[in-house]
Design a protein around this ligand. Structure first.
Ligand code: WT7
Length: 574
């Protein structure tokens, strides 16, 4: 199956006519030089106000009861209020400010204000609890935290000596000032200075603090224009919270650099409500995850048919494999194609994409962005012949590539390899293949990292929280294939002496992880077993065997293993 190109002229074609051919050419879309500060917030907010476009809508917030809009002018004022506040607290260039708030307009201003004064901002997903918060705030040496009365109780403040200021905002919906605008200047930065840090999961160890640099603005400008096809008259909806890299790079910077108004949704997922938002706001461009599309699919055609959805003209997906069935459903349901995009927290921006004017090959993630070279490497990091599978690698650098892994230069260096004759490449950890035309097909993760509902989850992190439960002696965590979420987190645990196995205890352990670690990483299925499979030599828990237990595939050579047999004592949900 191959789908023809969409029938509209894209920014890409217009820009190619003007000689913008690669990501680097994106410089010309930006307001650089001429005394303008080099700061991504200047491009995101101030540039529009200075051009006289301040009255244009920047964001429209919708939840069950509220409907609020901010113009770029109001966003600029609120951003500047935060910038002045941070300056008054003595925060300087390169210091870390964390923002732990639900998805309300204020979180955007608090994030932008921090970057404007040259600080590094760490937005935190509102579903995090104390274990996840401690890791991130401690590792980054956060100086200041902005949060709400409800969320602050989850922060282990006594264990965070570097955190000098905790600013709890009582009112999540303050009225936006209308005083005469006295712009607070953005600090001019170097392209390689950091502006945002996102923690992401690996297969071993604690989450890694991926630091991005102001130079990412070029790639966010050009992918916002070419891939999202954003224009000022669009209404764009990115469904991710800014605590995730999609919600920051493509929920703040790419759209606003392009001057495009954004819909911000408060509250939880609900199919009918989401469809209603599209009609209420007149959404034209929509960026979501395969999981979200599958949840809408599951809600059925009746829920769909109560809404017009006629405003939608361009749909995109990220985070996990986009099944061909979902593309077909999308075409039927919205009358437009869903365009897959591939990237990672570490890559800072989209790298493999489906440009709106190109053919889509369902099952593939698309083609490398102009200016980006992708190779498939074998175990010795040599390119494989066309069609064969191997590790997906990208020629480094590119403008939005992470600057470093916070506090961990070794982990940063481990992402790169020298390919003889081709130069330095970034190793993604994904397994993929390319066809003869260069379309890239995702085959899986090459490590134990679980991608659930479009977010990476580290089995190690979940196991660490599990074994801190008083009843749990040992834990092994894997991804279990799931029709809606791609994978769910599945835990196998062995109990300590004296704790009787039962469904109730299994549920208690699940809830413990949910309220200790994160609302996105808790094990939706938990099985109490008599013993975990381990290597006899080193006593290492074999996640590979847990996977085989779960999928019914053969476990292979079991002679070097202890406990290769699964003995289930209790299961939740049963
Ligand atoms: C991992 C990165 C930055 C996007 C949000 C997730 C998987 C990402 C796709 C896609 C299949 C995908 C990969 C990747 N992934 N996009 N289009 N098709 N898989 O960012 O949490 O850093 O996860 O998500 O496995 O390595 P992340």
């Amino acid at each position: 199956m191959s789908l023809p190109r969409a029938d509209f002229l894209t920014n890409f074609e217009e820009d190619q006519g003007q000689g913008l051919r690669t990501v680097e050419d994106g410089y010309r879309l930006l307001d650089l030089g001429n005394g303008h500060p080099y700061n991504i917030v200047h491009q995101t907010v101030d540039r529009h106000v200075k051009r006289g476009l301040g009255s244009r809508i920047a964001l429209r917030y919708l939840d069950g009861s509220r409907d609020e809009s901010w113009s770029f002018d109001q966003l600029a004022r609120r951003t500047d209020d935060w910038a002045r506040f941070y300056r008054s607290r003595g925060i300087g260039k390169g210091e870390r400010i964390f923002v732990f708030l639900p998805r309300v307009p204020e979180i955007y201003a608090a994030i932008l204000g921090a970057i404007k004064i040259g600080a590094i901002v760490g937005p935190l997903f509102e579903g995090f609890y104390e274990d996840a918060l401690r890791d991130r705030l401690a590792d980054s040496g956060a100086r200041l935290l902005v949060t709400s009365p409800e969320l602050v109780s989850r922060v282990p403040l006594r264990e965070l000596p570097d955190l000098a200021t905790v600013h709890v905002i009582e009112d999540l919906f303050p009225s936006v000032p209308n005083h005469p605008y006295d712009p607070e200047p953005a600090l001019s930065m170097e392209p390689d200075d950091g502006y945002i840090i996102h923690y992401t999961s690996g297969s071993t160890g604690k989450p890694k603090g991926i630091l991005h640099a102001h130079r990412a603005m070029i790639q966010l400008a050009i992918t916002g224009r070419w891939v999202l096809d954003l224009r000022p008259r669009d209404v764009y909806w990115c469904t991710a919270h800014p605590g995730w890299v999609t919600g920051s790079q493509y929920g703040i910077f790419a759209p606003w650099i392009n001057g495009t108004p954004c819909l911000i949704n408060g509250g939880r997922f609900d199919a009918a409500t989401w469809y209603r938002y599209i009609d209420t706001a007149g959404v034209t461009v929509w960026y979501a995850t395969p999981t979200a599309f599958r949840m809408l699919m599951a809600a059925g055609t009746q829920t769909r048919s109560a809404h017009s959805l006629a405003s939608l003209r361009h749909l995109l997906s990220v985070g996990e494999p986009l099944n061909p069935e979902v593309i077909s459903w999308g075409l039927q349901t919205f009358g437009v194609r869903i365009h897959d995009t591939w990237w990672m927290t570490e890559t800072g921006a989209q790298l493999i994409v489906n440009l709106p004017h190109r053919e889509i090959r369902p099952g593939s993630m698309g083609l490398p962005l102009p200016g980006i070279d992708v190779e498939i490497l074998d175990a010795d990091n040599r390119p494989v012949p066309t069609g064969q599978s191997g590790q997906l690698a990208v020629k480094a650098p590119w403008p939005s590539l992470m600057k470093t892994v916070w506090n961990n230069p070794e982990k940063f260096l481990a992402y790169f390899t020298q390919v003889p004759g081709l130069g330095k490449f970034y190793l993604s950890g994904d397994t993929a293949r390319k066809d003869a035309d260069g379309y890239v097909y995702f085959l899986g993760r090459g490590d134990d990292v679980i991608v659930s509902a479009g977010e990476k989850v580290s089995p190690f992190e979940v196991e660490s929280t599990l074994v801190s439960h008083p009843a749990v002696a040992e834990a092994g965590v894997i991804g279990k294939p799931d029709g809606v979420r791609g994978n769910i987190v599945k835990a196998f645990v062995v109990l300590r002496e004296g704790f009787p196995a039962g469904e109730e205890l299994a549920r208690d352990i699940q809830l413990y992880v949910k309220t200790r670690l994160s609302a996105h990483a808790w094990p939706r299925e938990l099985e109490i077993v008599a013993a975990l499979p381990k290597t006899r030599a080193s006593g290492k828990i074999m996640r590979r065997v847990l996977k085989a237990w779960e999928t019914g595939s053969p476990i292979g050579d079991a002679t070097t293993l202890d406990n290769p047999e699964r003995v289930t004592l209790a299961l939740s949900p049963a």
